[in-house]
Design a protein around this ligand. Sequence first.
Ligand code: SF4
Ligand code: SF4
Ligand code: SF4
Length: 343
Amino acid sequence: MNIDRRDFFKVVFAGAATALTAPTAQARPPKELSPDAVGILYDATLCIGCKACEVECKAANAMPMSHDTPLEQAHGVSGLWDADNDLNSRTLNKIKVYTNGTAEVKDREVDGFSFVKRNCMHCVDPNCISACPVSALTKDPVTGAVTYNPDACIGCRYCQLACPFNIPKFEYDKAFPKIVKCEMCSERLAEGDIPACCDACPTGASLFGRVSDLLKEGHRRLTFQPGDWQDYPVHRLGGCEIRTTEVTGYYPKVYGETETGGTQYLLMAGVPFEKLGLPALGDDSRARLSETIQHTVYHGMMAPTLLLGGLVYAAYRHTHEEREDPSADQDPSETEAEERGHD
Ligand code: SF4
Ligand code: SF4
Ligand code: SF4
């Protein structure tokens, strides 16, 4: 069948116009948090950097120890100084330190220092789940914990690229590697227990509770004045253990309340969160944004129509130009001979 250039463009533009005039795709609604969703409130002003949470996290999740130091090897012990610098495939939970200038005063931005606990944020609308092509990451409909199924994972690592907090890690050193990240101790939660880090924390810096209650507790703390003595719950919100502590002062925000649609791991601190390595993110979830763009682009098959049109046009031009150029099929020696004949 022959198709000329004019007919060809009619077909392409008709297809594109149909796609473009189709009703615009709707932005997908934000994900709602289950009323029973649970989480962790980490308060850096209460953290003493003891790392008991790191140790218990490793024990609860059967994570291997880091490489032994020469000192440990010399003494025949293993994993005594198990201190990686950051989250990795052996470390789901990491206490890090911010310092400035003389680093003399705790929880102060200038000439001060602060601890910060990094682990999965358990986003309300997780981008890692949106990016995973095989649903290897899922969100528990009740607790909201974001968990991982190694049997479904194909190792594409899209979740790593998609996470705005740089949380999922990959076991590069394994023959059959998995993605590794905090799963909010979901096996403990299923047994009515609290996450190991909150269980281990002696000061209440890592506090377990319902997310809605943790947010109320966070806003209660934001009303505290430096120098006040206040009661702080330990281990679990609503539990029986309370510590009375002097308030050092808060940066006026609960991090995670709104970031990228909200997170179930919430943080409070005395210094701005960007200084603690937490990214400044908008309120809209990235998963919602990217899924809305994808649905809009593919709505009415707009993108495939234009792509197919472009490919067909490229093929058309190629074959048409060849047909129009008789020299393309001619033996070069014949052309030369003809030219010589004319001379
Ligand atoms: S912090 Fe990253 S890995 Fe954790 S739930 Fe959010 S997107 Fe997923
Ligand atoms: S919730 Fe469990 S896995 Fe997550 S940081 Fe705490 S101890 Fe580790
Ligand atoms: S156990 Fe509590 S106080 Fe100790 S480092 Fe962890 S969060 Fe901080």
